[in-house]
Design a protein around this ligand. Structure first.
Ligand SMILES: [Mn+2]
Length: 407
């Protein structure tokens, strides 16, 4: 059945109540940007909808925690919704964790173009072009009690292109037999397309990365559906600051001048990737040698950061270096481990724990006697366990090596 082609913006997780975080110190010239980032990026979502002249906008939850954001949050959304109303663009909004429908201030009436899905049984709206129906939108706000199940979103009859709007995860198995063409999901802050084939299952992610590990561009998704019902997704970046993680490997003989040159080169490359967006870089220096030891123990990291901030951090666009740390080597140097001394014993024990991921670490006896009753010393699993053990090995080498210069 031929379909009227249409397009819409899919966005979620504005979290207007949460400014970016995870930085020990925000420099004066970036303070305003941190405070405004959540709003500026959300505003760009609406500007994308207007610029692309979309038929409608689908919002998959976690837009604003009204109490935490204060009056500015809902007033901002109201203003944006009214801009869309002025261009006859409808909005379909399914609430998530922080924005259940009942949390919206009753004194602020939503304009008629905004359809908020209730919790529980999904509700259905038909989008029309002139008088003919072009798409069906089935949505529900997140319910605390029930798991998100795909079955209630299934339309009774096939035919119309169907968009299901919800916040959360759907069972990866079930979409195969579904009559839903596009799952517009929210709740993940990183953009992700879980299924590209029909039905498409997509999370647009948050319009703005909030913390150092939310790296890369963030934005919303422009969805185009053609007359053969093919779906084409394109991402529109809306973030006003972008987090980066950069790793540089050095060797025993790497000099400070050569490390500086590598850092500068990486910075120049980052600057070229985006001429207009401020970027926040977390550095990891990996490998071995005196530079890595100096970053781990001494003031070198602060020195390098100060230089990078001064050269590249002022902008515009600013490329601000947030932090720098040394990545511990995968295994401590074998000669140290093979020595018959306390340090050797310690490193052999660490290696043993690393090789036996199921072995439990009993650390409770090491806690002070007056520590809270029932407190347990807990070691994570998998990659996190390996990282903790690597750190412990390096700390052991530092503390058990005395003043030997070459340890
Ligand atoms: Mn969220």
């Amino acid at each position: 059945m031929a379909n009227w082609p249409f397009r819409f913006v899919h966005a979620s997780d504005f979290h207007l109540e949460t400014p970016p975080f995870g930085v020990t110190e925000v420099p004066e010239h970036l303070r305003e940007l941190f405070l405004e980032a959540a709003y500026l990026s959300a505003q760009r979502v609406f500007e994308t909808a207007l610029a692309e002249q979309v038929d409608f906008v689908v919002l998959s939850g976690d837009l604003v925690h009204c109490r935490r954001a204060g009056p500015r949050g809902p007033l901002f959304l109201l203003e944006q919704f009214e801009r869309l109303a002025g261009r006859d663009i409808e909005v379909y909004w399914a609430g998530g964790r922080v924005d259940p429908p009942e949390s919206w201030p009753p004194s602020l009436r939503l304009p008629a173009n905004v359809h908020v899905f209730a919790k529980g049984r999904p509700e259905e709206w038909i989008v029309r072009h002139e008088d003919s129906p072009v798409a069906r939108i089935v949505g529900a706000s997140r319910s605390e009690r029930e798991r998100l199940a795909p079955a209630p979103f299934e339309p009774q009859e096939p035919g119309l292109f169907t968009i299901a709007v919800a916040h959360g995860q759907i069972d990866a198995q079930s979409p195969a037999t579904s009559r839903v063409d596009y799952w517009a999901l929210g709740g993940r802050h990183a953009r992700a397309t879980v299924s590209e084939a029909m039905p498409v299952v997509h999370y647009p992610g948050s319009p703005q990365g909030r913390q150092p590990d939310e790296t890369g561009p963030h934005g919303c998704t422009l969805v185009r559906v053609d007359s053969e019902r093919n779906v084409r997704l394109s991402s529109a970046a809306t973030d006003v600051m972008r987090w980066r993680h950069e790793r540089i490997a050095v060797e025993e003989q790497t000099t400070r001048a050569s490390l500086d040159a590598q850092l500068d080169e990486r910075m120049t490359r980052l600057a070229a990737t985006s001429a207009s967006t401020d970027q926040l870089v977390t550095w990891t220096i990996a490998g071995a040698g005196p530079l890595v030891r100096a970053i781990r123990r001494g003031p070198l990291a602060e020195e390098l950061l100060a230089r990078l901030r001064q050269r590249f951090g002022q902008g515009p666009p600013a490329i601000w270096s947030v932090a720098m740390s040394a990545e511990p080597p995968a295994a401590p140097p074998a000669p140290l481990r093979d020595q018959e001394n306390i340090r050797g014993d310690f490193l052999r024990r660490i290696a043993q724990l690393a090789n036996e991921p199921d072995e439990l670490l009993r650390l409770e006896s090491l806690l002070p006697a007056d520590s809270v009753a029932g407190a347990s010393a807990w070691l994570p699993e998998g990659d996190a366990r390996r990282a903790v053990l690597r750190e412990a090995a390096m700390l052991g080498i530092d503390l058990l090596s005395g003043e030997e210069p070459d340890s």
